[in-house]
Structures are given as structure tokens and as C-alpha cells.
Design a protein around this ligand. Sequence first.
Ligand code: AP5
Ligand code: MG
Ligand code: ZN
Length: 214
Amino acid sequence: MRVVLLGAPGSGKGTQGERITKKYGIPQLSTGDILRKAIREGTELGAKAKGFINKGELVPDLVIVGLMAARLAEADCRNGYILDGFPRTIGQAKGLDEILNKMKFRLDAAICINVSEESVVLRLGGRRQCSKCSTIYHVEFQPPKKTGICDKCGSELYQRDDDKEETIRNRLKIYRSETAPLMDYYKDILHDVDGARDPAEVFKDVSSLIEKFC
Ligand code: AP5
Ligand code: MG
Ligand code: ZN
């Protein structure tokens, strides 16, 4: 089961990815989460990525494809994975094709979650994320039981540095120019989902696509 999740910043890729992992037992590989962890841990990768992330720009393809080539070769990826936030340029999609060809695998589906740009700004403004296990919350739409604390592991929630309105606008602009062209690249395996509903409703569509095409 090898699935790419596409969709604008804040469309719900991370939220749906968590549900997919829970139901189907395959790992969710979020390049954003991997990069934020590297920044927190002060690694070389983190140092390379920080400036780009905080401006809402993309980290260079070479860095991302190298990172994912190593990650996809790990043992937990043997039975499949859900890709969240990768690829997000045509260059990365070609890099992924090369990695998959070498491993004699192919993608089963690309699922695009669609939401309006206005609702993205609302969603990202209220998002909180766990500093330890990366679980996603929203102060209004998906609040934790105890304010500021993760339901799953008890760690503190934080607000992402790139979730400021001005940075969100830049991320949306880059999404339109760099990532939206992937819809055409993946047109043979692409499925659209209406993301402007309750996460559980969205997940019904996502899981029925997975069951049909994977
Ligand atoms: P990344 O972390 O991938 O961010 P993104 O693509 O901007 O997407 P988000 O994580 O913001 O949104 P999401 O779709 O996961 O939504 P979520 O489920 O959290 O990338 C960040 C940065 O890292 C990039 O800008 C770039 O610099 C760098 N980077 C990462 N990957 C890269 C790559 N491949 N190449 C180059 N650079 C890369 O939901 C959002 C909020 O909405 C949450 O609060 C959630 O609770 C709420 N919500 C979700 N679903 C619903 C719903 N149905 N109804 C109501 N609220 C909802
Ligand atoms: Mg995300
Ligand atoms: Zn947690």
C-alpha cells in the first residue's frame, strides 16, 4: 500500500495520515515532521531546513529526495507507507519514481484533499501539535482534553513557527506554483476528496479509496 497525500497547507494531510496509520498499520512519512524534528534536535539537516521552513519556502529538492531515499529503505516501509507532504515539486516526483523503480515498487494512489484557501487560514491559525508524538489538534475544531497537553502522550503542544498569516499566504502561493502541477503528473492514479467536512467524514472517503485501489 503506497499512497501519496496531496493538498494545500492545512487541507488535512497530517490529520488523515494519522487515521490511515491507525487503521491500516502503515507508517505516515511526513517530510514536514521529519524536518521540524531535525530543527528541534539541532542536526545538520535541521540547520539546512530552518531558514526555508520559517519563510514558508520549500527546502531544496536534492536535500528532500536524499532524505526520503534513505527513509523509504527502512524496514518499517516494507509493506507500504503514506506520503504526507512529499513529493511537492515535479523534481521530487521524478526523484521518487527513480527510488521506486530501483526497489521495483509503484504508487497505488494519489489522494488530493480539497479545501478553500479561506478555511486553510482558519485551520492553521488554530492548529497545535504535540512536541513529542506530532499528533495534530485545533483549538476549536479538534481540541485536546486538557488545554495545551497531548491526549496521547501528555507532552506539551506547540504552535508551528510557519503558522503565521503572512507565512501561510506564502506557503499557499508556493503550493499553487510548485505543487499543484503534481495533479497532472499523477493524473492516472489521482482521486479527489472533499476536505471541507468533519475529519471522520473525510476519512470515510479516504479509506474507501484505499480499499478500492491499494
Ligand atoms: P508541512 O509540514 O508538510 O506543511 P504543509 O504542507 O504546509 O501542510 P500542513 O502540515 O500545514 O497541513 P496539513 O495538510 O498536514 O493539515 P493538518 O492535518 O495539520 O511542510 C512544512 C514546511 O516544511 C514547508 O513549507 C517546507 O518549508 C518544508 N517541507 C516539507 N516537506 C517538504 C518537501 N517535500 N519539499 C520541500 N520542503 C518541504 O490540519 C491543519 C489544521 O486543521 C489542524 O489544526 C487540524 O486539527 C485542522 N483540521 C484538519 N482537518 C480538519 C477538518 N476536516 N475540519 C476542521 N479542521 C480540520
Ligand atoms: Mg502536515
Ligand atoms: Zn503527543
